[in-house]
Design a protein around this ligand. Structure first.
Ligand code: PXG
Length: 291
């Protein structure tokens, strides 16, 4: 496996960074998780834009251009002979000293690109639907740290993930400090009620997911259903007609049980299945070619 590290392709064993990198010391950095399908990188521009916005928001200047990042990504995919891949792009504050002060990071930000095979949820979950629970860990308030900054500090999400593991399920629904539904640990959440689609707004503490945005477009243009960004309560979730999650890793996955309550009659809904189908064809037909 070849990994891109600060302008060079190196072996996995040699892909190492300093213990003084502020990405390690403070989680001071940003990342993206991107997928390639059948030789095309899905929504690549959107992911690059979001990485640059995340960096901008933490006042981190990425030392290469978006075009060069694109070239580096394609080079990494080709070096690993990957057509279907999970791409992890990381930019850290760089090597500094043992203090928070980012001005002490005198070396340029570290840039890392890892391209690996994708690990999916078991395929039967996409047909039968998955079970989730509500986490007691609340989402970090959006006015403390915007959920749109994909930072290297994912402790909030990891604490919630541990609750999923404890409950023997694969995901948890996270509420914000006001008790409204925000998102899951690495996925956005949607529900269907009376033929319309609902998802929490970013101000509820949700990341504006790229899969989320793609699904909103598909719902409006292909499924011809109305989409609303609304404050949602856990009651709305329990009483939904259909429920599903979206994310780069998970794609679109039905949820059929929440906190022991079946969603409607406990099987994936029609609109969910239609959107899964539409999303699949979108990922296969669009994207930046790896060449
Ligand atoms: N919310 C959060 C908190 C995320 O980290 C999403 C929603 C979905 O966004 P996209 O743009 O991917 O549709 C994410 C991103 C993993 C993993 O391995 C998943 C994400 C990030 C890091 C790791 O499951 N999802």
């Amino acid at each position: 496996m070849k990994i891109y590290l600060n302008g060079k392709l190196v072996s996995k064993e040699d892909a190492k960074i300093s213990v003084f990198d502020h990405g390690v010391l403070y989680g001071d950095g940003v990342f993206e998780g991107i997928r390639a399908y059948n030789g095309r990188i899905f929504r690549f521009k959107e992911h690059l834009d979001r990485l640059w916005y995340s960096a901008k928001a933490i006042n981190l200047s990425i030392p290469i251009s978006k075009k060069d990042m694109e070239k580096a990504t394609i080079k990494t995919l080709l070096a690993n002979n990957l057509k279907d891949a999970y791409i992890r792009m990381i930019v850290t504050r760089g090597v500094g000293d043992l203090g928070l002060d980012p001005r002490k990071c005198t070396e340029p930000p570290s840039i890392i690109i890892i391209a690996d095979n994708i690990s999916l949820y078991p395929s039967e979950l996409y047909e039968k639907g998955m079970e989730v629970v509500t986490a007691s860990t609340r989402r970090v308030r959006h006015d403390c740290l915007s959920p749109n900054v994909k930072s290297l500090n994912y402790l909030n999400n990891i604490m919630a993930k541990m609750e999923a593991i404890r409950a023997g399920v694969m995901e948890t629904i996270m509420l914000n400090s006001e008790g409204y539904v925000a998102e899951c640990t690495g996925d956005n959440i949607f529900l269907v009620k009376n033929g319309a689609l609902y998802t929490p707004p970013a101000s509820s503490g949700a990341l504006e997911g790229i899969t989320r945005n793609a699904v909103i477009e598909l719902a409006k243009n292909r499924a011809k259903i109305a989409v609303y960004e609304r404050l949602l309560t856990i009651y709305d979730v329990y009483t939904a007609d259909e429920l599903f999650l979206t994310g780069t890793a998970a794609e679109v996955i039905p949820v059929v049980k929440v906190d022991m309550r079946e969603i409607a009659d406990g099987v994936p809904g029609k609109i969910t299945l239609k959107l899964i189908k539409e999303f699949k064809s979108l990922t296969r037909l669009t994207g930046v070619p790896i060449k």
